[in-house]
Ligand binder design. Structure first.
Ligand SMILES: Cc1cc2nc3c(=O)[nH]c(=O)nc-3n(C[C@H](O)[C@H](O)[C@H](O)COP(=O)(O)OP(=O)(O)OC[C@H]3O[C@@H](n4cnc5c(N)ncnc54)[C@H](O)[C@@H]3O)c2cc1C
Length: 325
């Protein structure tokens, strides 16, 4: 691990200013991802700005929606009374991530910014454009079982590993960020990027911007919603494929609005927009769900070792939707 200077600001202004003043600065929250990356010399910040003293742990709700502070712990969010009763997708997704010990350390802001679990990113003996720009992609023609089936590029086939982010994508959340210029809100679907030629950039965050929270609009989908994660073992494993489904129906059981977001299949949580559009105006029956699931996978582009994800994702969507009825 490389030497670094450690800072512990007590307010947001100080944290932002420390970042701007110090070249090679990086925020650290629960440290469950960043510390591993530092130990492996994948990330080598010269200045570490520990944000744990900032007042960003609150979880609040009103008629407009739910606001989760960036430092709220994954475990606290998963068990929060309002989250459980009104935003079950979030709770379900969090509880299927990592382990209780990790969830007790991991923060919401850090979860959004955790790096890919592509093995080529973690193994410095191999090229990886995400780790070292212009070094090549070891996964594209290598062992790519866990790689993306949507939105990949010649430069990168990595996937985003978060469970929480799949639920937040389905619920059209917003990421609240703060910089010296003030606050801005980023629609969740715009927050994470596809890799293109610059896979080293996971998100649209600008240098030094601090995530202060996540806003989730009041959820009309609580009655019909389910998060399903498929992984190699039952706990403590990242998703091969995951899916968050949510929809609402009118008095005649006709679907008025639907959301399907997939995890483990792209460089960002992947919204199945065509399938969502198809569901509108239909009844919530298994036959309809099967058609929607087939549509969701129509543009998938698997690599040599991950074609199984296409059928797996299709079945996961059907299974998750069936679970709602
Ligand atoms: C063994 C293991 C298994 C796991 N399994 C899963 C799983 O199944 N599903 C899942 O979703 N996750 C899983 N995780 C990932 C875990 O959820 C993340 O590591 C965690 O959420 C990151 O949060 P953190 O607070 O520890 O972030 P840190 O490690 O402190 O930081 C991560 C990144 O976020 C940045 N950052 C943190 N907070 C902010 C902020 N407020 N503003 C700007 N930048 C910020 C840091 O600079 C860093 O780049 C697993 C992790 C481990 C180690």
């Amino acid at each position: 691990m490389q030497l670094f200077q450690y800072h512990r600001p007590t307010d947001i202004k100080e944290a932002l200013s420390l970042f701007q003043k110090n070249e090679g600065a990086q925020y650290i929250a629960g440290a469950t991802n960043l510390l591993d990356l530092m130990k492996k010399n994948i990330t080598t910040p010269a200045h570490l700005i520990d944000i744990n003293r900032l007042p960003l742990r609150n979880i609040t709700s009103d008629a407009a929606g739910l606001t989760i502070g960036a430092l709220a712990l994954n475990s606290d969010v998963a068990e929060h009374e309002t989250v459980v009763s009104e935003y079950q997708l979030i709770s379900q997704a969090l509880l299927q991530g990592a382990s209780p010990q990790l969830r007790n350390m991991a923060t919401v802001g850090g979860n959004l910014l955790q790096r890919t679990r592509c093995p080529y990113f973690y193994d410095t003996a191999f090229p990886c454009n995400k780790r070292t720009p212009n070094s090549g992609c070891g996964a594209k023609d290598g062992m790519n079982r866990g790689a993306a089936i949507f939105g990949a590029s010649e430069a990168c086939v990595a996937t985003h590993p978060s469970d929480l982010c799949v639920a937040l994508a389905a619920l059209d959340a917003q990421v609240i960020v703060q910089s010296g210029k003030g606050e801005r809100r980023i629609a969740f679907s715009d927050f994470h990027r596809l890799p293109g030629d610059t896979p080293e950039q996971d998100t649209v965050l600008q240098r030094g911007e601090l995530i202060t929270g996540v806003f989730v609009p009041a959820n009309p989908f609580q009655r019909f919603a389910h998060y399903l994660k498929i992984r190699d073992r039952a706990s403590y494993a990242f998703a091969l494929v995951s899916v968050a489904v949510a929809y609402r129906v009118d008095n005649n059981e006709v679907i008025q609005d639907a959301r399907i977001a997939l995890g483990g299949v792209a460089h960002k949580p992947w919204r199945a927009s065509e399938a969502e559009a198809f569901l509108k105006g239909k009844n919530n029956t298994e036959a309809v769900f099967r058609q929607a699931a087939a549509l969701a996978l129509i543009s998938a582009k698997p690599l040599k070792h991950n074609a199984f994800k296409v059928k797996m994702a299709e079945n996961a969507i059907i299974h998750a939707l069936n679970n709602t009825i």
